[in-house]
Design a protein around this ligand. Structure first.
Ligand SMILES: *[C@@H]1O[C@H](CO)[C@@H](O)[C@H](O)[C@H]1NC(C)=O
Ligand SMILES: *[C@@H]1O[C@H](CO)[C@@H](O)[C@H](O)[C@H]1NC(C)=O
Length: 167
């Protein structure tokens, strides 16, 4: 009996540090941000967040991650912002906009990892239209990766940003 209790305590200790891999869901034509943010409530520590290869995710509204501990974000699929400028301007200009389209609030041991695949793992900011229009009003910053101890950014690829990423 005592032996059984000890074993299950050990098993529990192992489970507690296991890394959960969460594959971000995608729905055609829909904004994929809300489902990710909902799931993040339970994934802010010891997890891998995977944007999987073969999928173009619609990041139609900004992503603001909660504080993260021991988390790896892997961008292996493509991520696309809204294509039309007024939609973005309205969001960026609104109260409560986190400052960047993708914002890391902070944390410890956080890795933002892209992909070496030339066809996938791109974040497409659709910036060409902004450059063409010479439009700088409420243009979004791409990614803010800040307030993180032991943060790593690796192999990230950004296509046609409308402004430089901030750190
Ligand atoms: C950092 O996080 C990763 C998961 O992304 C984990 O495997 C690793 O053990 C963590 N490192 C430390 C020092 O906790
Ligand atoms: C992923 O995005 C990049 C940059 O926009 C693009 O060149 C590439 O064709 C996209 N990949 C697929 C498979 O659509």
């Amino acid at each position: 009996m005592l032996f059984g209790v000890t074993t299950s305590l050990l098993a529990y200790a192992c489970l507690a540090t296991a890394v959960t891999t969460f594959t971000v869901p995608h729905l055609a034509g829909q904004d994929d941000t809300p489902a990710l943010l909902e799931a993040m409530k339970d994934l802010s520590s010891d997890s891998t967040i995977l944007f999987e290869s073969g999928i173009t995710y619609n990041i139609f509204t900004p992503i603001q991650f909660p504080e993260l501990t021991n988390v790896e974000i892997r961008i292996e699929g493509n991520l696309t912002y809204p294509t039309d400028i007024p939609t973005i301007q309205k969001i960026v200009g609104a109260a409560g906009f986190p400052g960047s389209w993708i914002t890391f609030t902070g944390g410890t041991n956080v890795t933002l990892q892209g992909s070496l695949d030339p066809h996938w793992g791109w974040i497409d900011g659709h910036g060409q239209a902004w450059w063409d229009a010479q439009n700088q009003i409420n243009r979004p910053h791409g990614i803010a990766f800040s307030h993180i101890n032991n943060g790593v950014i690796r192999n990230m690829k950004i296509w046609k940003v409308s402004s430089h990423p901030s750190r």
